[in-house]
Design a binder for this molecule. Structure first.
Ligand code: PLP
Length: 451
């Protein structure tokens, strides 16, 4: 441990520190930590049901609980008819889940992946496989490579860069669309572009939308986009990597209006649900469509348990850790009400920070503060170049001081500073301290720019 302190810790960026306000939260908690240790101690590799039945079944059950807690439509659950809800106590009835998954009426279900990037990539691959197989029926003699070159995916300019990366890896075209002035992708924009593309001979097959964008926590208009996606018969993915956790609070669910149109949805509980990396939850409305692009079945991986869930078919890696343990520990320890309290607290603190920024005439707020992220900037004199430079200098000076850590973003083509409430036990005092540090550095910058 002496070596850890001396050689490792000086080079660690302290994501759990109360002065850390960069990116989004890196979820963590004592129960999550213990569960990960237990998972490592058990050391199973749950690629198939037979390879570790508990590892597989707990994942299915916990994802069903969480899906219900978030308010996802029933089509995303594997056991929609069970009475079980997310417990506020530890009274869990596993009997509710005794029916083999293959005998439930539902086609849906959830899985834990390593990252949102992976969730989006596998959904894109599955959508691609669906599209190609449909086209093959219409054009049986056309080479698959030719069909592939016609496929077009869509996302907003505000979507995370992992969508672009997924398209690169899947070798498909991606059109990046302009959102409206609130950074929300609108249905009419999507329809117009898809119509034009069809006229040009392209084939729309996949749309990735975002609820809670990385730059400014804006929300694509799913209620408008959903019907367009259905009209063009494309796979609709919804990325709720950060904001998805907030939907356990009913008051935030209006942000996901239109979710019923989605084919898949992901949320990183390792961001905002007290659960450590890696645990990115993905739900699909039709698990057979998902696995259609991902199944290979050598003899050495087969087992005699027909119809059991084999999560190796739901993602890229074969081997997988017992990740659902930590989500189970977290849900059992905090209960739904404890998790709601944690999310609401972060949102209240973001509002508190926003109010402080608004009271200082030197600053402006650059986003609609709906959850735990506030984007702000020094107003300056209206000269965009000078103002961007001042804000860049402000952030660089603050970060260089080591007293507070934030990162920038570009919102409506302006350089803004992102302040995210991230610490597990963040409180008013942390917000006060952060704001005082920002004001102190701002005073120096403003004084220098007047000189
Ligand atoms: N989507 C959104 C909205 C994000 O904010 C992020 C990361 O912050 C990602 C996707 C990528 O997440 P991951 O690191 O799990 O791939």
């Amino acid at each position: 441990m002496k070596d850890v302190e001396e050689k490792i810790m000086p080079g660690v960026t302290h994501w759990q520190h109360p002065r850390f306000h960069a990116y989004f939260p890196s979820g963590n908690s004592y129960p999550s930590l213990l569960a990960d240790m237990l998972s490592d101690a058990i050391g199973c590799i749950g690629f198939s049901w037979a390879a570790s039945p508990s590892c597989t079944e707990l994942e299915t059950i916990v994802l069903d609980w969480l899906g219900k807690a978030i308010g996802l439509p029933e089509k995303f659950l594997m056991y929609p008819s069970t009475k079980a809800t997310v417990p506020n106590d530890i009274d869990i009835n596993f009997e509710d889940y005794k029916t083999p998954a293959s005998q439930t009426q539902s086609l849906g279900g959830g899985v834990i992946q390593s990252s949102a990037s992976e969730c989006i990539f596998v959904c894109m691959l599955s959508a691609r496989a669906q599209a190609i197989s449909k086209l093959k029926k219409i054009h049986p003699f056309v080479d698959e490579g030719v069909l592939l070159s016609k496929l077009m995916a869509y996302c907003s300019k505000e979507a995370h860069s992992c969508v672009e990366k997924a398209a690169m890896m899947a070798f498909v075209r991606l059109k990046i669309l302009e959102p409206d002035d609130k950074n929300s992708l609108r249905g009419a924009t999507l329809r117009q572009v898809m119509q034009q593309d069809e006229t040009m001979g392209y084939i729309p097959f996949f749309v990735s939308t975002t609820l809670g964008t990385t730059s400014c926590c804006s929300f694509d208009n799913l209620a408008e986009i959903g019907p367009v996606a259905k009209e063009f018969d494309v796979w609709l993915h919804v990325d709720g990597a950060y904001a998805g956790s907030s939907f356990i609070c009913p008051e935030f669910r209006p942000f996901m209006n239109g979710i019923e149109y989605a084919d898949s949805f992901n949320v990183n509980v390792n961001k905002w649900m007290l659960t450590a990396f890696d645990s990115s939850c993905l739900w699909v409305a039709d698990r057979y469509k998902l696995t259609s692009a991902l199944v290979v079945d050598p003899l050495y991986l087969q087992h005699g348990h027909e119809g059991a869930i084999d999560y190796r078919h739901w993602g890229i890696p074969l081997s997988r850790r017992f990740r659902s343990l930590k989500l189970w520990f977290v849900i059992r320890t905090y209960g739904l009400s404890g998790l709601q309290k944690y999310i609401r607290r972060h949102c209240e603190l973001a509002k508190l920070f926003e109010a402080k920024v608004r009271r200082d005439p030197r600053f402006e707020i650059s986003n609609d503060v709906r959850l735990g992220l506030v984007c702000f900037r020094l107003k300056g004199d209206g000269n965009i170049v000078t103002t961007d430079q001042n804000n860049r200098k402000l952030l660089e000076d603050i970060n260089a001081s080591g007293r507070l850590h934030m990162v920038p973003a570009s919102v409506n083509d302006k350089y803004v500073i992102r302040f995210c409430v991230t610490a597990q036990n963040a409180n008013e005092n942390d917000i006060d301290i952060a704001w005082k540090i920002i004001q102190e550095f701002a005073s120096t910058i403003v004084a220098e720019s007047i000189k």
